[in-house]
Design a protein around this ligand. Structure first.
Ligand code: PRX
Length: 647
């Protein structure tokens, strides 16, 4: 073992998978993937028509396709609900914890099944058919899970849009997938503050380019005032109350789409990541069970929002496929005070807890006392996701939150991968703070150099995956060519993750971060190009370049360089206005931490902005700017440095 700090599997930890089992199962899964996944799919999923073929894929340009279990049929909502009714109908499926600590709900599998069936029928009554797209723009309330499952039940494809996105960002996502229905709520509540979701939907739909939406279904969350469009808007409570509670699930092919989820890439236009039915559910369910060592009857809590992939796979589909009790939290970790997470853990006797490093860092700043005043005795496994966790935060999470008893699973994955790919298993993996450790079953990570040559042993390179796994995305909705270009064009015959990584002498992976123009701000993924196009849409801005810089709490912060249009003068008021502008154009998560006025940007003679230099200046690292000889106007750099230092 290397000299890094190592936390061995606790001797008393009695896990589903131990070290020997991991090694054997991993070897089996790589030696004969079809035999391995075929067996898992037969065991874990309930099929209407069994499959005869396991995998069928090619990453080649002219033949890019990814299919798993392609001649089998099933229904995802049946697998997440009906299948559990006989044995676990009265068990809690969802514990909902409201923003207000006095507000919580337990929903049993039987109740969830009924809610999903009613909404499924109500959607059918509105003319929604198999394959139609439904956009969900909802708070963290049980209806979000109900709506996802109702779509799955009738074969509609859901596209969940994070409730923090602006009307413009929502409109982009509705237009791209041509949704016929939007399901929203009057308002959402987070940290005591209300967000006008329905008003945002009204604004999005008022844009001329949005032409496909026929109905808006509105959940009454707060009872706050909203505008109403007769003939278009419907109350969720009314249409579900009058709908039949018997809703036969649609027979779906394994490869029929389950959902689209938009994520950021290196261009301004978000990508509609498409996941299909059987492979996705199998992968989400299996990883949920084994990564969290989930046992029947346990309470599991993932703090993500259903607007992100973590919420899809590890609040809704994975846990429900396993008949788990999953916690859904509407609020924020700091409300009403910074003990909230730990109070919820005690209140609902949570056994596994899954959150993001940014939350851990923010809570760590408040010291140990808010944690220690809660018992946390129920905890068994802790998880981390979304960005690299710095060893200091890892140690605090382990020693203070977990009292040194609970393994931490640092799970590396992406919207595109459907579920976690590189991760410890609590009973099988000795932990190193900051490392996502080793691959899950069937996953073959590799490191390559810039020419695509595979690197051996302890090394540093671009992280790629050889071969497919059932949870892999199948295409970018409506743009298969872009799917190829984004993930399979850089290196031949492998999936390129966009991340760089180091592998140590024990075969452990250490994710070093994105290699492309994608930022990871508080675990939220954002394209620099999206923020740049928002900035240049402002009448005073001629040009903008956005880069990331290291940020103590957020992991990465957003640094924007802005060149003003002719005749516009820099001012503090304009800085504030531009910041607010980005917030309104995209959403609060995209608001720049710093904006610097830049009369000129460093460009090559062919006009390409040299971001490497902008990143260094944003980081205050002027000694190391690298080669600037290809710049069209080298003087620009000194001017930017002066302004940075004098800010
Ligand atoms: O850079 C990696 C980082 O988040 C990216 C994926 O973002 P997204 O699609 O929004 O999915 C986030 C939730 C799975 C990755 O390319 N990332 C995610 N998890 C980790 C991570 N970086 C380091 N360690 C992780 N555990």
């Amino acid at each position: 073992m290397s000299e890094e700090k190592i936390y061995p599997v606790p001797a008393q930890f009695d896990a589903l998978i131990d070290k020997q089992q991991y090694e054997k199962m991993y070897a089996d899964s790589i030696r004969d993937p079809d035999a391995f996944w075929g067996e898992q799919a037969r065991q874990r999923l309930d099929w209407i028509k069994p499959f005869s073929k396991v995998s069928n894929y090619s990453f080649a340009k002219d033949d890019l396709h990814i299919r798993w279990f392609e001649d089998g049929t099933l229904n995802v909502s049946y697998n997440c609900l009906d299948l559990h009714l006989e044995e676990r109908g009265d068990q809690t499926a969802i514990i909902w914890e409201g923003d207000d600590p006095d507000n919580s709900l337990h929903i049993s599998y039987r109740e969830l099944h009924e809610k999903v069936s009613r909404l499924g029928n109500a959607l059918r009554e509105q003319g929604v058919k198999k394959g139609d797209r439904v956009t969900l723009y909802l708070p963290m309330i049980p209806e979000a899970a109900v709506a996802m499952l109702a779509c799955a039940r009738i074969g509609a494809v859901h596209s969940v849009v994070f409730g923090g996105f602006s009307p413009g960002a929502l409109a982009d996502r509705i237009v791209d997938c041509e949704a016929s229905i939007v399901i929203t709520a009057d308002q959402s509540v987070r940290g005591g503050k209300k967000v006008p979701l329905k008003a945002n939907v009204d604004k999005a739909l008022a844009q001329e380019r949005v032409t496909t939406v026929e109905k808006v279904i509105v959940v009454k969350r707060t009872g706050g005032d909203i505008e109403w469009t007769d003939g278009r808007d419907l109350w969720y409570e009314e249409i579900t109350a009058s709908a039949d509670s018997d809703c036969p699930p649609e027979e779906m092919n394994a490869e029929d789409p389950l959902f689209i989820l938009y994520t950021s890439g290196s261009t301004g236009k978000p990508k509609g990541v498409l996941h299909t039915s059987a492979g996705y559910l199998l992968y989400a369910g299996m990883t949920h069970e084994l990564v969290f060592d989930y046992r029947p009857g346990e309470v599991y809590w993932c703090t993500a929002d259903v607007g992100w992939v973590t919420g899809h796979s590890y609040i809704v589909y994975g846990p429900l496929a396993n008949a788990a009790t999953t916690v859904m939290f509407e609020g924020v970790p700091s409300y009403p005070d910074n003990s909230r997470f730990w109070e919820i853990i005690d209140k609902h006797q949570v056994n596994s807890f899954y959150t993001a490093p940014t939350a851990i860092r923010a809570l760590m700043r408040d010291g140990d006392e808010p944690v220690k005043k809660c018992s946390r005795k129920s905890l068994r496994v802790l998880g981390s996701v979304g960005e690299p966790i710095n060893p200091q935060a890892w140690e605090w999470y382990y020693h203070v939150v977990g009292d040194g008893r609970c393994p931490i699973v640092d799970t590396w994955w992406q919207t595109e991968t459907g579920g976690t790919l590189i991760t410890p298993l609590p009973g099988a993996t000795d932990l190193k703070p900051g490392s996502a450790t080793r691959p899950f079953f069937g996953v073959q990570p590799a490191l390559v150099d810039t020419d695509g040559n595979e690197l051996d042993g302890a090394n540093n390179g671009a992280l790629v995956l050889k071969g497919s796994w059932p949870g892999q995305m199948r295409t970018i909705f409506g743009d298969h060519e872009r799917f190829f270009q984004t993930y399979f064009a850089t290196f031949e015959n492998v999936y390129f993750t966009g991340d760089g990584a180091r592998r140590d002498e024990d075969g452990y992976y250490w994710i070093t971060g994105r290699m492309d123009d994608v930022l990871n701000v508080s675990g939220h993924r954002m394209g620099t190009a999206e923020i740049e196009s928002a900035l240049v849409a402002h009448p005073s801005v001629a040009e903008a370049a956005v880069v990331g810089f290291p940020h103590d709490l957020k992991g990465q912060g957003i640094y924007a360089y802005v060149t003003l249009s002719a005749g516009k003068e820099p001012s503090d008021a304009l800085l504030g206005e531009l910041s607010q502008w980005v917030r309104t154009e995209i959403g609060p998560i995209a608001k720049p931490d710093f904006i610097q006025f830049a009369p000129g940007l460093p460009k090559t003679r062919s006009g390409k902005i040299m971001r490497r230099i902008l990143r260094k200046i944003a980081e205050n690292d002027y000694g190391n700017l690298g080669d600037t000889s290809t710049l069209a106007e080298p003087g620009v750099v000194n001017d930017l440095i002066d302004r940075r230092m004098n800010r």
